[in-house]
Design a protein. Structure first.
Length: 117
């Protein structure tokens, strides 16, 4: 089980607005970090961002969504919140995953996924 993920971003306010828009459709809310960062989660924060030198080539963070509409809404929130589309919502069709991917303002790759199996 993952305890938390920490991403360094070049502009804390810009990235916080992006993650607010991306994660709200998934039921996540913003939590403040006493160390000057921002965290998101449902009951407690598990995704944190802090300002510093961004290093976006680490891989991908994938979030489970409660349904197809949430994947689409989160992807739209991310794109409208300053991110770039990597893969628009697609797949599913009754079998397999339905997913989308977006890059945050610093290029970190974020996947949104719901399994339709």
């Amino acid at each position: 089980m993952i305890h938390h993920v920490l991403l360094r971003v070049s502009d804390l306010e810009r990235s916080a607005a992006f993650y607010d828009a991306l994660l709200a459709p998934l039921g996540w809310r913003r939590h403040l970090d006493p160390n000057g960062g921002v965290g998101w989660g449902i009951a407690k924060p598990c995704l944190f961002i802090t300002e510093g030198e961004a290093a976006p080539n680490f891989g991908m963070v994938s979030f489970s969504a409660p349904g197809l509409a949430a994947v689409k809404a989160a992807w739209e929130g991310g794109v409208n919140g300053g991110g770039q589309s990597i893969t628009p919502p697609a797949g599913g069709g009754g079998k397999g995953p339905y997913s989308a991917a977006v890059a945050d303002p610093d290029g970190h790759q974020i996947e949104l996924l719901v399994s339709t199996d």
